[in-house]
Ligand binder design. Structure first.
Ligand SMILES: Cc1cc2nc3c(=O)[nH]c(=O)nc-3n(C[C@H](O)[C@H](O)[C@H](O)COP(=O)(O)OP(=O)(O)OC[C@H]3O[C@@H](n4cnc5c(N)ncnc54)[C@H](O)[C@@H]3O)c2cc1C
Length: 362
């Protein structure tokens, strides 16, 4: 079989037509995420607007890997960086327009800006976005939510560009939303959205915003270098409760630590590497599996390459390991399911009935 030649960055630069946006080689995108760790992007493109992005996509050879990032509040970029092209939307995608209870927002607008702009205009329904630090593009991809509401509850439509630069508009049903994910092809880039709230009372909305701020300050390490909730809540359970019960609160690896304030948050205490954080997360998954039989699914997306000398899962703790654990995918490891050795999974509550989806991989 002949594999397609993957152009080098220098060859790619020569292929590209004049673009209005910025192209940066070896761009330190990892350091710009909330965790503040991880390697560079081979090539970062910051388009000026949607037309610029469409031209870029239309000439980008299909063999070149493409990754889009928002403000990196749900990302762990590995220490070896991201091969191929990374797209990050900036000012040209930050327009915000309000018409009665409808909001048009570019994908680079922060969710909290939408929440405060809506509050100022007396529009209710967006308060939940005030505590989520990501961009609208990221919230569409993740179906971001809090306090009983998700982006799907306020969405009329989202506009996205496909890998060839074609423009498509998705309504709520076509977005294929589920818990912390959208079903739209991960290679597509959201550029704007049209949202709908309801007319509300200024004082009531302001009280809701204040309540959310207090609740977050009290329960989450909001000023730490973190990626928010590390694992999805399994149906009928809370990830933090399972992590706590497995004795992982405060657990450390290198500069990475399980938050003392919220056990489902990992923290970079200052000098963590992405490998420390990912390794600690895997250690937590392992311990929770051993304690409860439940395999936690990562909510934080881990992207890019590990440095060659770093192993996927290294436990500094001399613990007896269940055979075959590290080879399991969450979908194979349903509580009550059979382990590769033919043994029943350990300590699985028969009633749990948890079915976990496969992790997203890049
Ligand atoms: C302190 C803290 C608290 C948090 N609390 C919550 C919470 O309560 N609820 C919640 O849901 N999340 C929470 N998060 C996680 C995070 O803020 C959300 O997932 C957010 O929606 C991610 O947006 P982002 O711009 O940071 O995306 P990134 O982290 O940069 O990317 C996340 C995903 O979105 C994709 N993406 C980003 N932009 C685009 C785009 N324009 N088009 C297509 N795909 C795109 C990326 O490819 C990636 O797959 C929290 C995070 C932190 C650090």
């Amino acid at each position: 079989m002949i594999s397609a030649h993957r152009p080098s960055t220098a060859e790619l630069m020569k292929l590209l037509p004049p673009l209005r946006g910025q192209l940066i080689t070896n761009a330190p995108v990892g350091k710009q995420t909330w965790f503040g760790v991880g390697g560079p992007a081979e090539l970062l493109f910051r388009p000026t607007d949607a037309a610029d992005l469409a031209v870029f996509l239309s000439v980008l050879p299909p063999e070149i890997p493409l990754t889009v990032i928002g403000v990196g509040s749900n990302l762990l970029i590995r220490d070896g960086g991201i091969p191929g092209v990374v797209v990050r939307l900036g000012r040209g995608f930050a327009e915000l327009k309000i018409e009665q209870a409808e909001i048009h927002a570019g994908a680079a607008v922060l969710g909290r800006i939408v929440a405060f702009a809506a509050a100022g205009a007396g529009i209710a329904g967006f308060e939940f976005l005030s505590g989520i630090p990501g961009s609208i593009g990221g919230s569409l991809r993740m179906n971001a939510g809090a306090y009983g509401r998700e982006i799907k509850d306020v969405l009329i439509s989202a506009t996205a560009l496909d890998r060839n630069g074609g423009t498509y508009i998705f309504d709520r049903r076509q977005m294929g939303f589920s818990y912390r994910r959208s079903g739209v092809d991960p290679g597509w880039i959201f550029v704007e959205t049209h949202l709908l709230g309801t007319a509300g009372d200024h004082a009531v909305i302001a009280a809701q915003l204040a309540g959310i701020r207090c609740a977050r300050e009290a329960t989450q390490p909001v000023r730490a270098r973190t990626g928010g909730s590390t694992f999805k809540n399994p149906p009928g359970n809370s990830a933090w409760r399972l992590i706590d019960a497995a004795g992982c609160r405060g657990l450390r690896r290198g500069g990475a630590m399980v938050s003392e304030k919220h056990a489902n948050f990992l923290i970079n205490t200052g000098d963590a590497t992405a490998a420390d954080l990912e390794g600690l997360g895997e250690e937590v998954r392992q311990r929770v599996c051993e304690a409860s039989g439940i395999v936690l699914e990562w909510e934080i997306e881990r992207i890019g390459q590990q440095l060659p000398e770093v192993k996927q899962v290294v436990s500094p703790f001399p613990r007896k390991r269940r055979p075959g654990y590290a080879d399991l995918e969450p979908s194979q490891a349903k509580p009550g399911g059979r382990w590769p050795t033919g043994r029943q999974s350990p300590r699985t509550p028969a009633s749990a009935g948890v079915t976990l989806q496969n992790e997203r991989r890049r």
